[in-house]
Write a protein that binds this ligand. Structure first.
Ligand SMILES: CC(C)(COP(=O)(O)OP(=O)(O)OC[C@H]1O[C@@H](n2cnc3c(N)ncnc32)[C@H](O)[C@@H]1OP(=O)(O)O)[C@@H](O)C(=O)NCCC(=O)NCCS
Length: 156
């Protein structure tokens, strides 16, 4: 499947919120005010992946750059668009933006039981920093992961 990336436009909001509802269980997915607040956060950017012909949105990523540190707030790819490289392209483009904003590292949180995400981030050279007990509304712990953005990739 072909896809292209672009920056968020206000008219995307409802679509992105619906994708987030599909990607995460109730209690973990964002309410509309939460998602809107993250998208509007100072220093944040939102990348949208879309089908270049139909303009259907396939996924998105919200990140923020603050004081030399980047934070990947969420990355959401529609179930039917997974395993095609959309998530990888969103993540690597966000990392490029963070590097351009002089962020030396990227940090994110994911649920301990989100095995697909943990595998995905490991493949993208993220390492475990710590666990935050009962971080999510459903009582599940979060794993905090980090990546050094200016180090050479580790040998395979
Ligand atoms: C985690 C997530 C963002 C990954 O997105 P994705 O678009 O499927 O990511 P990619 O396609 O780049 O890579 C996913 C896997 O597909 C494989 N893959 C990529 N392109 C492929 C292709 N053309 N053919 C077959 N497999 C492919 C990759 O090797 C990768 O394997 P992995 O399981 O070892 O990571 C997605 O699963 C998702 O949105 N999940 C729900 C929300 C979530 O959990 N977000 C992360 C926590 S914040």
């Amino acid at each position: 499947m072909e896809f292209s990336l672009r920056d968020f436009a206000k008219t995307d909001f409802e679509t992105l919120w619906r994708i987030d509802q599909q990607c995460f269980a109730p209690g973990i997915s964002y309410s509309q005010p939460e998602l809107a607040a993250y998208i509007r956060l100072l220093g944040s950017f939102t990348l949208v992946a879309e089908n270049p012909d139909s303009r259907d949105v396939l996924g998105f990523l919200v990140a923020t750059a603050t004081r030399h540190s980047g934070h990947i707030i969420t990355i959401d790819v529609l179930p039917e668009a997974r395993c095609l490289g959309v998530g990888s392209r969103l993540l690597s483009t966000a990392e490029d933006r963070l590097r351009a904003a002089q962020c030396s590292k990227a940090r994110l949180e994911t649920a301990v039981n989100n095995h697909a995400a943990l595998r995905f981030y490991k493949r993208h050279s993220y390492f475990v920093v710590k666990t935050i007990p009962r971080y999510y509304a459903d009582g599940v712990d979060a794993i905090v992961l980090e990546k050094h953005l200016f180090s050479p990739p580790a040998d395979k």
